[in-house]
Design a protein around this ligand. Structure first.
Ligand code: NDP
Ligand code: BG6
Length: 505
């Protein structure tokens, strides 16, 4: 996809892009694959994994011979499991032929099965293996295990997959989901567990923000456009904002959320990944290893965070939610200012904001350019200066805010924007934007790891966040401020920013 975008712009001899245009690759489709979804009755499996697999099937990019086997403790028949799965299957907005969609859904469901068993039972995984063997036609059928279970079950499941259920003659891969630990120590334990049973090239760690359409486009935007690449540094950029807001709360996941909080849930992974793509140096190539090396280098050059760099908050009513202790100080909102100590970004503060229970659902990046002489150009009033706004969701767009003369005889100036709203500029394709999970699962089938998270990135990110999390959580000495559900970003964040901007001069 990256290759296509760059080709449309004209080729750049210094860029080598990864070759992941699978849509035309028939030979790859001939490999038989069984997808085993471990924890198949859960939220993630129902809402994301199975719908993404269906959408890939609908678009004819799953292997010709594939099987989906759900595994979980609940005793379910194939029929009951299929009925539950069907509730969340749908075609993308761009699909107009409803009959075709329904027909394919029925075909897809025929290939969906369910095996019940316990995650800590070797015997039950043997049963799963035997079930898969019966479905598989080829001796070299491969297996993809998607772990959609809570972290407490990871170790058992990985061990039993390894001991009893791997493919005999094909490849075996495991996809695992965040949380990848809750600090450096627990991450280290998880890493040891994983490496005890699987080689690194078999492991696919998902951060679904990396699979989002606009986040994938950051690399092309930066490295495929001279105009941006030339300006992408401290000489021209004065600040970067990365904002994630949700207008809902923990949505029944408070048991998990309360022991993690918003910093671990969103900042340490989703927003840090976005920051890495925005600010890393140009990789030697767009192959997975080179991208990961640059992302890791970037994360390592972020200055150690301190509690004083944060504002944290909790929405009113959070403590009354089921499973939340009444004295919980878990933040549902956090803002922090980071500094990247390298030549490109020295003295450019990065504001990261993540919050649940706010006034809107939005994920957006703002690149704020220096004002330089533009301020002097204005006879009255202040200019915000040029900005690039990258809207990850909803309504994907990239816009460049510029100052313009208003047409007519007056000399009025107005800030307006050059706009690349996906819905308008990619009128047909934008109706068909794939969910992040589709892109990621498809890449995992093809062994393409550039959109997956490498161990070295996680190690560096926990090193960055663990000390400050401990500081914020120590003796509850930094209680979160309380905000009303539905409020906008608390005003204290502005003071935090001013302080850092003043320090940067
Ligand atoms: P769920 O709580 O829905 O659990 C998934 C399944 O695991 C359940 O259906 C249940 O299946 C089994 N299970 C749950 N609790 C236990 C337990 N204590 N012991 C043994 N088995 C248990 O989780 P999700 O589907 O929400 O998430 C799965 C993983 O993905 C987690 O690591 C989560 O953090 C991560 N994740 C989830 C996201 C989401 O949107 N839901 C987003 C990003 C990551 P059964 O009883 O049939 O065995
Ligand atoms: C998940 C978090 O990783 O991302 C959730 O655990 C959050 O708390 C979700 O709601 C947001 O993802 P998206 O794709 O809906 O923005």
């Amino acid at each position: 996809l990256l290759k296509k975008s760059i080709n449309k712009l004209g080729s750049n001899p210094n860029l080598t892009v990864m070759d992941n245009d699978y849509l035309a690759s028939q030979t790859e489709l001939e490999q038989e694959v069984t997808f085993c979804v471990i924890g198949a009755s859960g939220d993630l499996s129902r809402k994301k994994t199975l719908p993404a697999l269906f959408s890939l099937y609908y678009h004819n990019v799953l292997p010709f011979k594939f099987h989906i086997v759900g595994f979980g403790r609940k005793r379910l028949s194939d029929e009951t499991f299929r009925e539950a799965a069907m509730e969340n299957l749908s075609c993308r907005a761009g699909v107009v032929d409803k009959d075709e969609c329904d027909r394919k859904m029925q075909q897809f469901l025929q290939r969906v099965h369910y095996v019940s068993g316990h995650y800590d039972s070797e015997e039950d995984f043997k049963k799963l293996h035997e079930f898969c063997c019966e479905l598989e036609e080829e001796e070299d059928a491969s297996r993809m295990f998607y772990l959609a279970v809570p972290p407490s079950v990871f170790a058992f499941a990985l061990k039993n997959i390894r001991l009893q259920a791997t493919s005999e003659n094909g490849w075996t891969r495991v996809i695992i989901e965040k949380p990848f630990g809750r600090d450096s120590e627990s991450y280290e334990e998880l890493r040891e567990t994983i490496s005890k049973y699987f080689d690194e090239d078999q492991v696919y760690r998902i951060d679904h923000y990396v699979g989002k359409e606009v986040v994938q486009n950051i690399t092309t935007l930066r490295f495929g456009n001279y105009v941006f690449e030339a300006l992408w540094n401290r000489e021209h950029i004065r600040r970067i904002d990365i904002v994630f807001k949700e207008d809902f709360g923990t949505e029944g996941r408070s048991g998990y959320f309360d022991s993690f909080g918003i910093i671990r849930d969103i900042m340490q992974n989703h927003l840090l990944q976005v920051l890495a793509y925005l600010t890393m140096e140009r990789p030697n190539s767009f192959k997975a290893d080179d991208i990961s090396a640059e992302k890791t280098k970037l994360i390592k050059s972020i200055r150690q965070l301190k509690a004083q760099d944060f504002v944290t908050g909790q929405y009113e009513g959070y403590r009354s939610e089921e499973g939340v202790p009444e004295d919980s100080t878990t933040p549902t909102f956090a803002a922090c200012v980071l500094h990247i100590d390298n030549n490109r970004w020295k003295d450019v503060p990065v504001l990261m904001v993540a919050g649940k229970g706010l006034n809107e659902r939005l994920a957006e990046i703002r690149i704020l350019f220096r004002k330089g002489l533009t301020e002097a150009f204005l006879q009255k009033g202040n200019s915000m200066g040029n900005q690039i706004v990258i809207r990850i969701q909803p309504n994907e767009s990239i816009s460049l805010h510029v100052l313009s003369k208003v047409p007519g005889l007056s000399t009025e100036l107005r800030e307006t924007c050059l706009d690349l709203t996906y819905k308008e500029k990619f009128e047909h394709e934008s109706k068909d934007i794939a969910d992040a999970y589709e892109r990621l699962i498809l890449d995992a089938i093809h062994g393409e790891k550039s959109l997956f998270i490498y161990d070295e990135q996680l190690e560096a990110s926990w090193k960055l966040f663990t000390p400050v999390l401990k500081e914020l959580e120590s003796e509850k000495s930094h209680p979160p401020l309380i905000y009303k559900f539905g409020d906008s970003i608390p005003s204290q964040v502005e003071s935090l920013l001013w302080k850092h901007e003043a320090e940067c001069g």
